[in-house]
Design a protein around this ligand. Structure first.
Ligand code: NAD
Length: 254
């Protein structure tokens, strides 16, 4: 029996990148996976098909998480589809992965961009948890995809780093709040991972060298490096870990 057999997981931003890796891994672990996506139905459908091809179960759910209406849409669509597939709107694992980055320094950051970063990276997970609390089963799991920038100063992307700092505080407080329900809440802090957001600079010889040198393990992180940690945190093996932030930077800037 796979370790997440009989569990239901919702992974936000799962059409590509780290979220895709997490959805594939949880599907492989036996969970029924809701693959949330923002606007690219094709890639989300591909993730669903890949999970099914591996013998798993999955369905896609669309919602734009830039505003609260999108959060409500996600909750409604997810619970409706879940109920039609399983006869229940209850689930076990929520992975708050969807997020956006920035290329703007302090001097260049506009109010609009600042608000957008906080809307997607902080406000959306906050209200998603709020709206889904009664659907999340006791003994469930919440995993927040934060970032190594909450440990390592990178002032060139200061506004993004602040959103992940807020997510870590959310993580800690939520763990305390949900402990009595035996729900664990943990954050994973990836370093540089080879995904679309980094492709432009990472897929150059200089970018590769910089990223490899940052990790003491001497290579660039892959989505599976993060997904495997999320799989562990979602499993029963991690039942005694809560309120923690797990560094997944491959030992960057130790
Ligand atoms: P990505 O851009 O490939 O994926 C981000 C996902 O979030 C996409 O599926 C996208 O559709 C979704 N998303 C973004 N805005 C959305 C919106 N408004 N509504 C709905 N969905 C939206 O990036 P990634 O590298 O896979 O990042 C995933 C998470 O990991 C993010 O939270 C990111 O901050 C974090 N992270 C990434 C790295 C890295 O180096 N790639 C490092 C540390 C943390």
């Amino acid at each position: 029996m796979e370790r997440l057999e009989g569990k239901v997981a919702l992974v936000t931003g799962a059409g590509r990148g780290i979220g895709r890796g997490i959805a594939l891994r949880l599907g492989q672990d036996g969970a029924l996976v809701a693959v949330h996506y923002g606007n690219n139905k094709t890639t989300a459908d591909e993730v669903v098909e890949q999970i099914k091809a591996n013998g798993g179960q999955a369905f896609a759910v669309q919602a734009d998480l830039r505003n609260i209406a999108g959060v409500h849409q996600l909750v409604e669509t997810f619970t409706a589809k879940l109920e039609s597939q399983t006869g229940s709107s209850h689930f076990d694992i929520l992975v708050n992965n969807a997020g956006i980055g920035t290329a703007q320094k302090l001097e260049e950051t506009t109010e609009q961009e600042f608000d957008q970063l906080f809307a997607v990276n902080v406000k959306a997970p906050f209200f998603l948890v709020q709206q889904l609390l009664s659907n999340l089963r006791d003994g469930g799991r919440i995993v927040n995809v934060s970032s190594g920038v909450t440990r390592i100063a990178m002032p060139d992307i200061i506004s993004y780093n602040m959103t992940k700092g807020a997510l870590n505080i959310f993580n800690l407080n939520l763990a305390q709040l949900l402990g009595p329900r035996n729900i664990t809440v943990n954050a994973v802090l990836p370093g540089i991972i080879d995904t679309d957001v980094n492709a432009a600079w990472l897929h150059t010889p200089e970018g590769q060298a910089m990223a490899k040198n940052m990790s003491t393990l001497g290579r660039v992180g892959e989505t599976a490096d993060v997904a495997d940690i999320v799989s562990f945190l979602a499993s029963d093996d991690a039942r005694w870990i809560t309120g923690d932030t797990i560094d997944a930077t491959g030992g960057s800037h130790l």
